[in-house]
Design a protein around this ligand. Structure first.
Ligand code: NAD
Length: 420
């Protein structure tokens, strides 16, 4: 059966599966099906050659019953309403299941940043921030980096946002974004947080089945923030990276690709293409590589019904958001492939974002050991909780994760009721 679902339909299907499993109240289901707020802005920016270009920016705020809206901003040509709503819903479940007091949001700009100069990207970012206005705020909606945005982008957003508040209140607003550079209120460990979380969870999975990570092989799709950090943090276990794919190409070397060396190469060239210590392979062959672990860390809808049967791995650790379609998921299940679902697997990012937000509010600076220890504790607890739920409900970890999140949210709605 051909798959024609977009990411929004995919997110809804996952939600309803879990809602059915726990017989979620029909009222709560109706509330959670839809985002609370949707913002779409068209804003003009002056380009380097003097002409004006108008960009489309998005911010979808799915739910804030557990705390302020929270989620990344993505700069990519595919950014649109449906994708942003799906990603915002996933943020709601993610925050709920790792038990942090945030809701879910997501957004970004429909743009291919590789086509613009750094100065243009800065002006686009600042003008977008201005256009969002009070749509974001440190106690209301807190953006963070996502695809093609980073600590620099957050610093521009912070600087622009602060200019919109009175001077004597500015310092009290620096938690309007997370993922900031260290010198601008960022947290130790935020840059690597998502990859670090992916690796902590792979460790948990491996410990559960006495699977040795020493000499285990892994392949990674996407070698940006999440992919490169996951790859580099797995190296000390003695695991071997054998294949990598990014937007520039696919490479493989069964003798092992050194993630730190590849990282340096990608920093200077912009992608894995022509990396001299590996052979270039066809993008389709990448998925059929012999490896134990696959870390998708790029875009959504990668492991489809066509790609899933090609995978030879034992574990898919979803660094990316929404990399597996429902049909892909079914095939992985049938083939006995374990999946650490995105809402848990990449929750390290939002967890350390929460730590950054807390440090900003308390004017504290935690050292890396404290951040890592707190991150590990939270993710391990969530993993155990979800594994138990999956056993109780005889379901996969994804549905288990959704159930954990939905029960927490449902409970809060039950206490508070609906106004009026
Ligand atoms: P990034 O911009 O740093 O890296 C994206 C990577 O994806 C790049 O290596 C790029 O080459 C690759 N890519 C893009 N298009 C591709 C294609 N068609 N085929 C193969 N590779 C392609 O982004 P990131 O922050 O690492 O985010 C990656 C994923 O992780 C996204 O799904 C994002 O939502 C998710 N995520 C990120 C964070 C975070 O803290 N940054 C947190 C949670 C989830």
């Amino acid at each position: 059966m051909a798959e024609k679902l977009n990411v929004h339909e995919m997110a809804l299907m996952q939600f309803h599966n879990a809602a059915d499993a726990i017989n979620l109240s029909a009222d709560i289901r109706r509330i959670l099906e839809k985002p609370m707020n949707q913002f779409k802005v068209n804003f003009p920016v002056k380009m380097d050659d003097g002409h004006i270009q108008v960009f489309q920016g998005y911010r979808m705020q799915h739910n804030n019953v557990l705390g302020p809206f929270k989620g990344g901003l993505r700069y990519h040509p595919t950014v649109n309403t449906a994708e942003s709503i799906a990603l915002a819903m996933w943020m709601t479940w993610k925050s709920a299941l790792v038990d942090i007091p945030f809701g879910g949001a997501k957004g970004g700009i429909q743009i291919d940043p590789s086509q613009y100069s750094k100065g243009e990207i800065e002006r686009v970012t600042r003008r977008f921030t201005y256009a969002l206005g009070q749509t974001i705020g440190p106690e209301f909606d807190i953006p963070a980096p996502d695809v093609n945005t980073n600590a620099q982008t957050m610093a521009w957003i912070l600087d622009t946002y602060l200019l919109t508040v009175p001077p004597h209140e500015r310092h009290a607003h620096i938690h309007v974004v997370t993922g900031k550079p260290l010198g601008s209120g960022g947290s130790e460990g935020r840059d690597k947080a998502t990859g670090q979380g992916v690796v902590y969870l792979i460790e948990e999975w491996a410990n559960d089945r006495a699977f040795p990570l020493k000499n285990a092989t892994y392949m990674v799709q996407g070698f940006g923030n999440v992919g490169s950090w996951s790859a580099r943090l797995l190296k000390p276990f003695g695991a071997k990276m054998v294949a990598v794919q990014d937007h520039t190409g696919s490479i493989r070397n069964y003798k092992g690709i050194d993630p730190d060396d590849l990282y340096q190469y990608v920093q200077s060239t912009g992608g894995v293409k022509d990396y001299p210590q590996a052979e270039a392979i066809d993008p389709d062959d990448f998925f059929a590589s012999e490896a134990d672990i696959f870390i998708p860390a790029a875009l959504s809808e990668v492991i489809t019904e066509d790609i899933a049967p090609k995978l030879k791995v034992k574990l898919v650790a979803e660094g990316a958001n929404g990399p597996t379609t429902p049909h892909g998921d079914r095939i992985l299940r049938e083939h006995g492939v374990s999946v650490i679902p995105d809402v848990l697997c990449n929750a390290g990012g939002v967890t350390v974002s929460y730590f950054e937000w807390l440090q900003n509010k308390r004017s504290e600076f935690w050292d890396i050991e404290e951040v890592d220890m707190k991150l590990r504790r939270r993710l391990t607890k969530a993993y155990r909780h979800i594994t138990n739920i999956a056993k109780q409900h005889d379901c996969d970890l994804r549905t288990g994760a959704y159930i954990a999140a939905l029960l927490r949210i449902e409970n809060t709605y039950k206490h508070r009721g609906i106004f009026p």
